[in-house]
Design a protein around this ligand. Structure first.
Ligand code: PLP
Length: 425
């Protein structure tokens, strides 16, 4: 499609957009009385209008039923989390028994590493990406130390080549071969939080497993954003937070995936709790742990229903719209934003550079823009003028044109504000 950097053209794209009506289903902040252009759905998704009703329902059931709500609420609490299995499994390409919701992301990665990282002196190394999200770095390092190994010799980071912004799949595959029999685990972010690079999950998973390692993925920036087939790609385990693209609310519960092949393997260790116990027998208060045969078997505590409520509201919206429609719009709106940025860059004489891959296969909903010169002042200008973006040191602005609620006209309007900002700062 031939793009044009005009308001009329952007409005035309909005008029043809099948998802345009969903913009009305979300609550936008306002700055100086004007609805913002929201680019930080990769950090905290907007609030769906429906989520309040889901929370109110739990509050009312609690008021009216108190403890009886566990069994007699409209959506009983004791198995509330099971309502996620169907719709969430479609978001990540899994069987319903392979997904669960519980805890928060870093906690779930720790719990899953208890199962899938069991180093021996011959097989103990972990491959991860260079400059992973800090929580992942701390998590992996602390697990290695917990097992008594030295992180310097155990954690192998895949580096970017000099002068390049993104990691090459071939370099990941070469490193896997090189580490070979010593490799215990590959654990990478499916979409890099800083650059927006999408990793080839299928190919890397296969290569890691051929080397005899388990392969897990942190899908914080992938769930609700990219096409996933966790089951068919034979991923061992994965976890994601729900407050980014999945719009569930600040700090909300995490989703977790454990591949079916591991459900009946009772030799795999795990940290157990009563919510992972055989659900028919859970309230018999038996002494021996008999795990649910599925991802639910990794549950520990009974669930925070008040926080699952807005997550459920959001998951139902994903189910209604479906990932294919979201991905179709995501690709078009991201390309349009890229085009607008390139046009503005020409007009203001190359003040910035997009560091996200240009290949549509290797990117999703995010463009990371490296600003030459005084980036911070421009960032402040954007925020004051109704554009919510985020800032990452040393000089990067991340833009996520989330297909659920961003419009093409937002992209055009943003370009105009950006141009004025560059000229003014
Ligand atoms: C957002 C994000 C996290 C956040 O972890 P929490 O446990 O939810 O605080 C972790 N890892 C990655 C890659 C992220 O993008």
């Amino acid at each position: 499609m031939e793009f044009q950097n005009t308001r009329e053209f952007a409005q035309q794209l909005d008029a043809q957009d099948k998802l345009a009506k969903y913009r009305e289903e979300f609550l936008f902040p306002h700055i100086k009385g004007k609805q913002v252009i929201y680019f930080t759905g990769n950090s905290l998704g907007l609030q769906p209008k429906q989520s309040k009703a889901y929370v109110d329902e739990v509050m009312e059931d609690w008021a009216k039923l108190a403890v009886e709500g566990h069994f007699y609420a409209d959506r009983p609490w004791w198995d509330y989390h099971e309502r996620f299995a169907e719709p969430l499994s479609k978001v990540v390409g899994a069987l319903p028994t392979e997904v669960t919701v519980m805890n928060t992301l870093t906690v779930n990665l720790h719990l899953l590493m208890v199962t899938f990282y069991r180093p021996t002196d011959k097989k103990y190394k972990i491959i991860c990406e260079e400059k992973a999200f800090p929580s992942d770095q701390y998590m992996i390092k602390s697990q290695v130390q917990f097992h008594g190994y030295n992180p310097d010799d155990t954690i192998i980071e895949i580096k970017r080549r000099p002068g390049e912004h993104n990691i090459r799949t071939e370099d990941v595959l070469d490193k896997i071969k090189q580490v070979g029999d010593e490799l215990a685990l590959v654990l990478i972010g499916g979409v890099n939080y800083y650059t927006g690079q999408v990793f080839d999950i299928k190919t890397i998973t296969q290569a890691g497993q051929e080397a005899g390692a388990y392969v897990g993925w942190d899908l914080a920036h992938a769930a609700g954003n990219i096409h996933l087939e966790l089951h068919d790609w034979n991923v061992d385990f994965a976890a994601w937070c729900s407050y980014k693209y999945m719009n569930s609310g600040p700090g909300n519960a995490s989703g977790a995936f454990v591949h079916e092949t591991h459900h009946n393997d009772m030799d795999l260790p795990r940290f157990a709790g009563w919510w992972g116990h055989n659900k028919e027998r859970r309230f018999l208060m038996e002494p021996n742990f008999d795990p649910v045969r599925g991802a639910d078997g990794w549950q520990v505590s009974n669930l925070p229903i008040l926080s699952l409520a807005p997550y459920l509201a959001s998951v139902c919206m994903f189910d209604e719209v479906g990932m294919p429609a979201l991905i179709e719009k995501r690709d078009l709106i991201t390309s349009y934003l890229e085009f607008v940025l390139q046009e503005i860059d020409k007009e203001v004489d190359s003040t910035f550079e997009i560091i996200t891959p240009t290949n549509p296969e290797e990117r999703a909903c995010q463009l990371s823009v490296f600003l030459h010169g005084e980036g911070r002042a421009l960032f402040d200008y954007l925020m004051e003028n109704g554009v919510i973006v985020d800032w990452r040191e040393p000089n990067v602005i991340r833009l996520a044109p989330v297909p659920f609620y961003c419009s093409y006209e937002d992209m055009y309007e943003f370009g105009q504000i950006l141009k004025k900002g560059i000229l003014a700062t």
